[in-house]
Write a protein that binds this ligand. Structure first.
Ligand code: ADP
Ligand code: ZN
Length: 215
């Protein structure tokens, strides 16, 4: 399976990507996760990326595209991949097309998860992540078993810096300006499928399975 997942920040791309990567046994590539792990490890890349991420802006294409190119040429991507959070601009999409052509492969589908802005703002305020293993939770929709403690690794879960409401609104603005045009880009290519993100994760997962059909 070679899949791109599109959607506004907080639409649930990551959650669905993790599921699909597991069931289809392909790597899950999240540019957001790559940036966050670089920030955590204090790399040069992390320092640069943080300046943009903390403001709700996109990391510049010249940084992001190189990272994805390096990742896609690793051997485990030969069997397929799920791209979560990339592409996010038309330029990234065009560069991705060129990379895939070089690899001699095509995207099977582009999955667009649609969630209205108001719903997103509501959701993000409750989102919590585990700083140690990357698992994500929600205070209402997907709570940890023990309050504030990660189910996998027992670390204390936290709110992402960029999940604070003011930054969420900026991220939404960035999404509408720079990423939403990709819906038309992939519709024209004929491989876009849209699902409406539901409140319950399992409900969205079922919609996704239906929309993607057989792989
Ligand atoms: P979300 O989809 O919830 O915004 P991500 O974890 O995908 O969260 O991304 C977090 C931040 O990382 C984004 O707001 C952006 O600043 C940066 N980022 C992630 N992917 C890209 C990308 N493809 N191009 C530019 N910036 C990106
Ligand atoms: Zn954890």
């Amino acid at each position: 399976m070679r899949l791109v997942i599109l959607g506004a920040p907080g639409a649930g791309k990551g959650t669905q990507a993790v599921n699909l990567a597991k069931t289809h046994n392909v790597p899950h590539i999240s540019t957001g996760d790559i940036f966050r792990s670089n920030i955590k490890n204090g790399t040069e890349l992390g320092k640069k990326a943080k300046e943009y991420i903390d403001k709700g802006l996109l990391v510049p294409d010249e940084i992001t595209i190189g990272i994805v190119k390096d990742r896609l040429t690793e051997p485990d991507c030969q069997k397929g991949f799920i791209l979560d959070g990339f592409p996010r601009t038309i330029e990234q999409a065009e560069k991705l097309d060129a990379m895939l052509e070089e690899m001699g492969v095509k995207l099977d589908k582009v999955l667009n998860i649609h969630v209205p802005d108001d719903e997103i703002v509501k959701r993000m305020s409750g989102r919590r992540v585990c700083p140690k293993c990357g698992a994500s939770y929600h205070t209402v929709y997907k709570p940890t078993a023990k309050e504030n403690v990660c189910d996998n690794c027992e670390a204390n879960v936290v709110q992402r810096e960029d999940d604070k409401e003011e930054i969420v609104r900026k991220r939404l603005e960035t999404y509408h300006k720079q990423t939403e045009p990709l819906i038309e880009y992939y519709t024209k290519k004929g491989n876009l499928v849209t699902v409406v993100g539901k409140e319950k994760i399992e409900d969205t997962t079922n919609e996704v399975i239906k929309a993607l059909g057989e792989f």
